[in-house]
Design a binder for this molecule. Structure first.
Ligand SMILES: CC(C)(COP(=O)(O)OP(=O)(O)OC[C@H]1O[C@@H](n2cnc3c(N)ncnc32)[C@H](O)[C@@H]1OP(=O)(O)O)[C@@H](O)C(=O)NCCC(=O)NCCS
Length: 342
């Protein structure tokens, strides 16, 4: 068995398809029920990463066949330059033989060479992945809850009441929204309002605030279109000042059947406790019910400790589906654990 680098950007179609098939099999195992993106969509993901991101990949091959793969994601933005995020997966029939540990050796070397002092990974709770990262000495620093809303069970009257109540409690605010691409005149304010997500709990994660830029928003929009994905965004404006006080977004791919993802929702601390979070969520959901009746399930991810957001989601009917741990370790600690085993 060989461990070798894999450059998705320059790989032939045949090699990239083999890589994609491997990824799809792992995805079907770890996230059963989730739609798998078709090859043309995944190929954009693999070949055209964002300009501020580098993804390094390695394959374990035996007789030409892929038996495992690892990857390291590196972001080159103004914060969190000390962090790297990795992933690793091994074909079920080759597990328990330290293939994953061997696949981590080049990950750790590349992270260290790039000055990344802390490495992190997500793993579904109570799975082999969680046992694997715990065995290597990573520490669980945060737990995310994945929750699901079945739209057939939504209480439409309650949503309408939430909207009506917000109109009384937050009478000097109004809703504005856009689909897919942010209008130019809102772009700077939109960048500002999305950064309120930095106020969501990060639990014990070693992670700094992130900052966005209009250029990155535009690049993300263009990538979204190339991946046949869509996003609706709804924001609340404080009319007397014109300030944006909060936002929510929901997204899906046109290759997905009945599923949509509820993305971020945040309300500026200066405008909280006026029912704006409920208003945003209810107004967006009403639009989904009216305009996208094919959406049967909406999934969302929240920090397990995010009481205000979970309270709204639970009231809407979101129910927990599973939990993910986010684990971190010092790069030199992971190097020592890997070296000890292989
Ligand atoms: C998690 C996964 C990558 C492990 O691959 P692997 O090649 O079997 O892992 P290794 O043999 O290198 O295991 C290293 C250590 O992890 C622990 N470990 C791995 N799998 C485990 C399991 N199923 N149960 C308990 N401990 C486990 C062991 O302690 C092992 O060390 P030891 O044998 O020296 O004591 C593999 O199960 C997989 O591909 N799962 C699906 C994808 C996934 O969940 N990825 C997780 C991202 S972190």
């Amino acid at each position: 068995m060989n461990i070798e680098p894999f450059d998705a950007a320059t790989a032939s179609d045949a090699d990239l398809r083999a890589y994609y098939e491997f990824d799809c099999a792992i995805e079907r195992e770890t996230e059963p029920g989730d739609p798998v993106p078709p090859f043309d969509v995944a190929a954009v993901e693999f070949r055209e990463p964002p300009s501020w991101e580098v993804v390094k990949r390695w394959l374990a091959r035996d007789g030409g066949e892929i038996v495992g793969r690892s990857l390291l994601e590196l972001e080159y933005v103004d914060t969190n330059r000390h962090l790297g995020w990795f992933d690793v997966a091994v074909r079920p029939d080759r597990r328990g033989d330290h293939v994953a540990t061997r696949l981590l050796a080049p990950v750790v070397d590349a992270a260290a060479a790039d000055g990344r002092t802390v490495l992190g990974v997500d793993a579904v709770e109570d799975t082999a992945g969680a046992a694997f990262v715990a065995a290597l000495g990573l520490e669980k620093r945060a737990v995310e809850r994945r929750s699901r809303l079945l739209t057939a069970e939504v209480d439409r009257t309650m949503l309408e009441e939430w909207v009506a109540l917000a109109r009384q409690r937050a009478s000097d605010y109004s809703l504005i929204g856009f689909d897919d691409a942010c209008p130019e005149e809102l772009l700077d304010a939109y960048v500002g309002v999305t950064e309120i997500m930095n106020t969501a709990p990060r639990e014990e994660l070693d992670m700094e605030d992130w900052h966005d830029t209009p250029a990155r928003v535009r690049e993300r929009e263009a990538r979204r279109a190339r991946r046949r994905r869509h996003q609706w965004t709804l924001m609340v404006r404080h009319d007397p000042t014109g300030a944006l006080a909060g936002f929510t977004d929901i997204g899906w791919g046109d290759w997905m059947d009945d599923l949509a993802w509820q993305g971020g929702t945040a309300v500026d601390p200066a405008h909280r406790e006026k029912g704006i979070g409920r208003w945003l969520k209810a107004a967006m959901l009403l639009r989904v019910l009216d305009e996208r009746p094919e959406v049967a399930r909406i999934d969302t991810w929240n920090a397990g400790s995010n009481r205000p957001m979970l309270a709204i989601n639970v009231a809407l009917g979101f129910r927990p589906v599973k939990h993910y741990g986010t684990w971190q370790i010092a790069t030199d600690g992971l190097l020592a654990a890997v070296t000890k085993r292989v």
